[in-house]
Design a protein around this ligand. Structure first.
Ligand SMILES: NC(=O)c1ccc[n+]([C@@H]2O[C@H](COP(=O)([O-])OP(=O)(O)OC[C@H]3O[C@@H](n4cnc5c(N)ncnc54)[C@H](O)[C@@H]3O)[C@@H](O)[C@H]2O)c1
Length: 250
């Protein structure tokens, strides 16, 4: 392996028990990273972990809730111990709360406002806060945030709260990139278009409207993250990159 080799690095991928997160964890392991596989649901984290191990990679399951700072701190410590090093690649992928309600903002009652913001914005802050000391001490780190087109474009599809969490975290990552650039740490965001896993009625019409002609796959996200996590990407920081089959160009 020559380019994008992650041997010797230790990654944490949140919400990696299925779909995009699992694709990211598999890709990083394939490039040689030891991977801490997080999910709120332990059995999902263990399933991804088993898949990595079956392919010959190194992984450990670290279930915790990214919105709980104490649990995040303990999870990172556990991961570092199990994998023999601090987390130097952090991928904040968890972003869809179990009980996310969709609908126009006017119809969403106040007690449901926090969930989508909490997981996307505070979930990312918790993980970044816990991972930064180790990265700074080593003088090297990669932070990759998974966002959505809904964080960049106004849409009348019932995702105002989700979009505000995504937009907020994109801004957070931009600031982190500036604060930590001198410490050898990059921070970037990937704004995903609709993924195959989204399913639902009308999905084939949506796919037909995407210039590349298909929805996103976990391996599309995995490949982009593997690049952003690599030593070769050190000149790329502070950016939000659309990964969407060409649906939106800027
Ligand atoms: N699916 C899409 O079409 C799409 C489009 C654009 C962006 N995205 C973004 O991509 C990312 C992954 O999406 P997906 O569709 O693969 O998600 P998913 O819901 O299929 O899987 C995410 C995993 O996160 C876990 N999770 C939920 N809450 C958690 C928490 N508090 N702590 C830890 N883990 C938690 C879930 O158990 C689940 O296994 C998200 O950030 C999402 O916003 C998805």
């Amino acid at each position: 392996m020559s380019m994008f080799d992650l041997t010797g690095h230790v990654a944490l991928v949140t919400g990696a028990g299925q779909n995009a997160g699992a694709g990211i964890a598999l890709a990083l392991a394939e490039q040689g990273a030891a991977v801490a596989v997080n999910d709120l649901r332990a059995e999902r984290a263990e399933a991804t972990c088993a898949e990595i191990q079956k392919a010959g990679g190194t992984a450990v399951a670290v279930p915790f809730d990214v919105t709980d700072l104490d649990a995040v701190r303990a999870g990172l410590a556990r991961a570092g111990e199990a994998l023999g090093g601090h987390i130097d690649i952090l991928v904040n992928n968890a972003g869809i709360p179990a009980d996310m309600g969709y609908g126009p903002f006017r119809d969403i009652t106040p007690e449901r406002w926090r969930g989508p913001v909490e997981i996307n914005l505070f979930g990312a802050m918790n993980c970044v806060h816990a991972a930064l000391p180790g990265m700074r001490q080593a003088g090297w780190g990669r932070i990759v945030q998974i966002s959505s087109g809904a964080g960049r474009t106004g849409l009348a599809i019932g995702v105002a709260l989700y979009g505000s969490g995504k937009g907020g975290v994109e801004s957070f990552v931009r600031h982190i990139s500036q604060e930590e650039a001198g410490a050898g740490i990059t921070a970037n965001t990937l704004a995903l278009g609709l993924m195959q896993s989204a399913g639902g009625p009308g999905i084939s019409d949506i796919a037909a409207g995407i210039p590349v002609g298909r929805l996103g796959r976990p391996e599309d996200v995995g490949a982009a993250v593997a690049f952003l996590a690599s030593p070769e990407s050190s000149w790329l920081t502070g950016q939000t990159i659309d990964l969407n089959g060409g649906s939106v160009t800027r």
